[in-house]
Ligand binder design. Sequence first.
Ligand code: GLY
Length: 470
Amino acid sequence: MEKVGVLVVCYGSRGAAMVDAFSRSQNYSTEIYVADKQRNPFNLEKAKEHAVVPDLDAEKICKFAKKYEKRIDFGIVGPEKPIINGVRDVVEKETGIPIICPTQEYAIEGSKVAQRRLFHKVAPGVNPSFRVFDPKGYSTVNEVKRDVNAWLDKLNDQVAVKPDRPVAGKGVGVWGDHFNTREQLFEHFLSNYEHGPVIVEEKIEGEESSFQAFCDGKHMVPLPETRDYKRAFDGDKGPNTGGMGSYKDVGDWLPFMTSADKEKEVQIVNKVFKRLRGRGSNPGLRGIPFYDAFIHTGRGPKILENNSRPGDPEILNLLPILKDDFVDLCFKILDGNLTRVEFEKRATVVTYKAPPNYGGFKNVFPQRVDSVDADKPVDLSGAYRLAKKYGDKIRIYPGSIEQGDDGRTYALGSRTVCAVGIGEDIERAREISLEGLRAVKGGSLWFRTDIASREHIEKSVEHMKRLRNQ
Ligand code: GLY
């Protein structure tokens, strides 16, 4: 079998899922070179060479790539930070290893203000009404407060407040969810404004979905839709997180969407893609430059934000059911001839376990934190054993967890581990995913119990019916 060397830049479970997809290649014997944020136990086991780059600095990643330059055929990047900081530009310049992710110029995740302005030019209907408050335009806080207050009067306080810079969804505050008074709103606003421009935009009522597409610079191939659960706790309560879980239905869109909704999304993102691509091809747009959080309203979809990378957890709903060989798919991206991507017609559900400090869990539910257990290692062996029962219908991907010198694994600060369940429908996929999570022991980890539940999905369906009939 042909040998292929792949560099994978990893952070968390998303990285482990990419490593898994490469290691399952049927067409190639893959050697995986992992530049990782931490000693992820899954990646350590699968990697030919593994380097820890805690800050995911582009130059350090490049140094690792250069060391194995002769053995690496291409690289792929999961997390946003190195993409936005130009890791592709650096590695391609220094080593000639082609990298799958957008170049720094096309990593439009780097600025929400620039995104809004781009959408305003290309597809104005997808933007909520918005205003940008830039510290460069004001000499005192009172001046900016005066202008924000006038804008809030106009929008009846029904707004979302978003920093320009990327904060993995966590800096976004919404009226009625994260604050209920202007005083609270300003506290949130100013905590972001001290770092740079802030957008205050109309709060949109609707149901959210995640759109992702692979691009080879010439073609954009939309992937099946997924639904992320951003809020920390059951019932969509608590602060925003990186995402506590997600689901995908058997087909290409979600139970509360129609095929027309999906087509509309594709049309919108295609307009943006074509504007950035220009005529012919633009290899700067390689990878997943368009992972868009859409919100579906009674009058069509709007974009909440655009990311320039695969979603975490959303890509975990897709990689395990990819029918194409992932190495072949990457070669097609590099060759500019990716025209379709095939997935099994199955539902998938991802659920995450997180440590007590994540999402403020410990403060809200102190009685549910076992402080003795919290210091113990996390035991993944029971969850891995479920593969014997379920075969390919379950995947366990460690995330923010590190293998210690004692060979045991310890939870770090972010989402610890996820379980992907794969089934003939969402309900079955959910059962498998939750069984996987429950088999993870130690660390006093917690999780959301309502991800992809029948009740939650029915609520979304009813909500969309009401919005469409208004
Ligand atoms: N699921 C949220 C993110 O990947 O940013």
